[in-house]
Write a new protein. Structure first.
Lengths: 480, 255
């Protein structure tokens, strides 16, 4: 059993469906507005919050620009402390490494710390294919796994579900009677705890992602709230960590910055409840075998583009999701990726090369709210613009001469040609004033065809003015 | 200090203001003339190209950058009643000029960009004026647009100007910082999501009981106003300049 795989569809189509879901709209609006307010308080109480953001960005920029150096250093440090390091070019390589490692232990089950990176590579499915069950132990991740649904938020995977929906799911999948479980959050958590406790004590393999890894010492860090991560990284005999290569930081000093930025930005806490570090292996204490799988999976291509490189600075706090007015209405599933929201809209199309992923950079009004809250100051709107440009150029390349038949492409070329020549622009204004006549009512157009029809389904459009500003000015610009 | 009134001041009236909202351009003229400025309107100006850039057609926007530089390059200051288009010029033009790989264009753009201003921040920050002698006896709520807040960072310039208008009853807009859902072609490419965002904005505007929803940008107002009109709410939108242009001698009247 594994969590579902996101369904790849053009964003606008997926969003259209999500917007019809009244329960989803309510759950999301409630959850995102609550966390948004809490986050504003948690970041507002630090007088040096802006300086911390600058520092976070600077550390990430430096590390990512010298990634080869720090990764080699991390490898040396992990090896020196008795861990093993594996390099994976892509998802298939990473999955095959983990499959081999788990097979060698003989385990049929592995317990997992919530990890976006293992979601990204589809590790649970890969393990299922060799008969190994990977059990999610984070409460929300367990919920979506039991529901066979993909996660809809990078921090709170079940944000789209409310507690009565979760209760029904637990009743169905944990074999409980209706009288045994209420929908009180404490009851639901207790049911999950009972379900998981035996698994923690019996599992021999733990699998995690990593929030950070310190190159200097080889210490790997997972930050979490429930203690399940601490269990997964300490109880099993074998610990396997799959980590995106951008998660390395140079030294412990960097942790001072990120352990302030991350909890306040993500869960709106001053400090998260569990911050686990482990360094290699120690005889007789904790896992006796530690494997660090370093995953590229498209990241070095992101690194190659100077404009888009900042995408790799992300520390997966999810503040951009909680702040985004688009995300708050359509939810995570509409993005068709384990990385939804604004960060997903720039990360997914750089990792996944599909026409569906290329619709994601357009899933934003460029309102800039994400950039404003990002703890490492990723200029998401600017990367969105860059990816929109790339999407247009790719579509042209793909369609060749047929690109000329594309309505939007044709209209944009035509408009550019008109605006580049003032006399053409003036002529079009006069022409539009004439042809609009039959459609104008009380100064507004209520229905437009084709591409522009999306506007007039819910909004009126002001008509071209009887006298444009230019005409008024040329007639003397008399304001008296 | 140089007398700002001796500078050559050009009006940049963005294409949609010129074509759909000329009254906002005329109001801009009235306010600046009332403050004693002589204005120029370069006839070559058309569109800044924001729609192209925001839709992914950056190359198509380059000729528009050239046209803008041709139209405005000779002026000391350029003022526009649009935070969004000024944001485009100030934040994006330097990138487009570099994309064009034309050193002369890069130089011209870098020299021009700092001289291009959004109207309300020009009045408050550059001219140091807050009271422009306006009179507007109506209940007004103000929507701070995304590009004015998060791209241009004009702060509270519009509110400071509105605060000094005589007779005005300003009511705060709940969730004011949230985007109205326009986003240029987003409003047609993702029409459903855009409309869902707009529904919230319209609800907040109606909650205030205001007769007028004002902003420093006609693009967002076109969006909000489009729904206010469609739903026959009886609430209208006005550019801040139109409120500032209204005086006791010549108060604003619905056209």
């Amino acid at each position: 059993m594994s969590g579902g795989t996101p369904r790849a569809r053009p964003f606008e189509r997926a969003a259209h469906e999500a917007l019809q879901d009244v329960q989803l709209r309510r759950n999301l609006a409630k959850a995102t507005s609550a966390i948004r307010e809490k986050r504003a308080l948690a970041t507002g109480e630090l007088p040096d919050w802006q300086a911390l953001r600058e520092a976070g960005r600077a550390i990430k920029a430096h590390t990512v620009a010298n990634l080869d150096h720090y990764l080699m250093r991390l490898e040396q440090s992990v090896l020196a402390r008795g861990g093993q390091v594996h390099w994976a070019r892509d998802a298939a390589e990473a999955n095959s490494i983990v499959q081999t490692l788990v097979t060698a232990t003989g385990a049929r089950e592995a317990i997992k710390v919530k990890s976006l990176t293992t979601d990204e590579i589809g590790l649970n499915d890969a393990l299922a294919s060799i008969g190994v069950h990977a059990l999610e132990t984070d409460l929300a991740e367990l919920i979506v796994q039991l529901a066979h649904e993909p996660s809809s938020h990078i921090l709170v995977p079940a944000i789209h579900k409310n507690r009565s929906e979760i209760r029904e799911l637990f009743l169905r999948s944990m074999g409980l009677k209706a009288s045994e479980l209420s929908d009180a959050p404490s009851d639901l958590a207790a049911a999950a705890r009972r379900f998981l406790r035996g698994k923690f004590l019996s599992a021999t393999v733990g699998i995690s992602g990593a929030n950070f890894a310190v190159a200097d010492t080889g210490a790997v860090c997972v930050v979490e709230s429930e203690g399940n991560g601490r269990m997964c990284t300490t109880l099993p005999q074998t610990l396997i960590t799959v980590m995106g290569i951008e998660k390395v930081v140079p030294s412990w000093r960097a942790m001072e910055v990120f352990l302030q930025l991350l909890p306040r930005s993500s869960t709106a806490e001053r400090m998260n409840p569990y911050t686990s570090f482990w360094t290699g292996v120690r005889h007789g204490d904790g896992p006796q075998a530690f494997h660090l799988v370093l995953l590229d999976n498209g990241r070095s291509d992101v690194l190659a583009s100077e404009d888009r490189r900042q995408t790799l600075y992300c520390i997966r706090c999810s503040a951009c999701l909680n702040t985004c007015p688009v995300y708050a209405r359509v939810g995570g599933h509409a993005y068709g990726s384990h990385y939804p929201g604004p960060i997903g809209a720039i990360l997914t199309p750089q990792l996944v090369d599909t026409p569906e992923a290329d619709t994601l950079p357009f899933a934003s009004t460029l309102c800039g709210a994400c950039y404003e809250v990002c703890p490492v100051k990723i200029d998401i709107p600017s990367v969105l613009l860059d990816l929109r440009h790339r999407a247009v150029e790719r579509r042209r390349l793909h369609r060749g001469r047929l690109a000329a038949l594309d309505t939007e492409d044709g209209a944009m070329r035509l408009a550019a040609g008109i605006f580049a020549q003032p006399h053409r622009y003036r002529w079009v204004q006069r022409w539009a004033r004439l042809v609009q006549r039959p459609f104008v009512k009380d100064g507004y157009v209520e229905r437009l065809p084709g591409y522009l029809g999306g506007w007039t389904r819910t909004r009126d459009l002001p008509a071209v003015a009887g006298t444009t500003f230019r005409e008024w000015w040329l007639e003397g610009g008399d304001d008296g | 200090m140089r007398d700002e009134r001796l500078m050559r001041l050009a009006l940049f009236i963005p294409c949609y203001v010129d074509t759909l909202f000329p009254q906002a351009g005329q109001a801009t003229v009235q306010v600046l003339r009332r403050l004693g400025h002589e204005l120029h309107y370069p006839a070559e100006q058309t569109c800044c190209g924001q729609m192209h850039v925001n839709t992914g057609y950056q190359r198509e926007a380059i000729p528009l950058v050239r046209n803008f530089v041709r139209a405005f390059g000779a002026y000391d200051r350029v003022v526009a009643p649009s935070a969004s288009c000024v944001g485009e010029v100030r934040e994006i033009y330097p990138r487009l000029a570099r994309l064009a790989r034309d050193p002369a264009l890069v130089e011209a753009v870098d020299a021009l960009v700092p001289r291009v201003h959004e109207l309300t921040s020009f009045l408050v920050e550059e001219l140091g004026v807050e009271d422009v002698g306006a009179y507007f006896p109506h209940r007004v709520t103000f929507h701070p647009t995304c590009h004015s807040q998060r791209v241009l960072h004009i702060g509270d310039s519009p509110q400071r100007l509105l605060g000094r208008v005589r007779g005005i009853e300003l009511v705060p807009l709940p969730d004011a910082q949230e985007c109205c859902g326009f986003g240029g072609t987003f409003s047609v490419k993702n029409a459903d999501t855009s409309s869902a965002m707009l529904a919230s904005k319209v609800a907040r505007v109606l909650e205030t009981g205001a007769e007028v929803c004002a902003a420093a940008d006609n693009s967002c107002l076109m969006h909000i106003g489009g729904a206010l009109h469609r739903q026959r709410t009886g609430v209208r939108t006005l550019h801040v300049a139109e409120i500032l242009a209204s005086t006791e001698a010549r108060p604003w009247r619905q056209a």
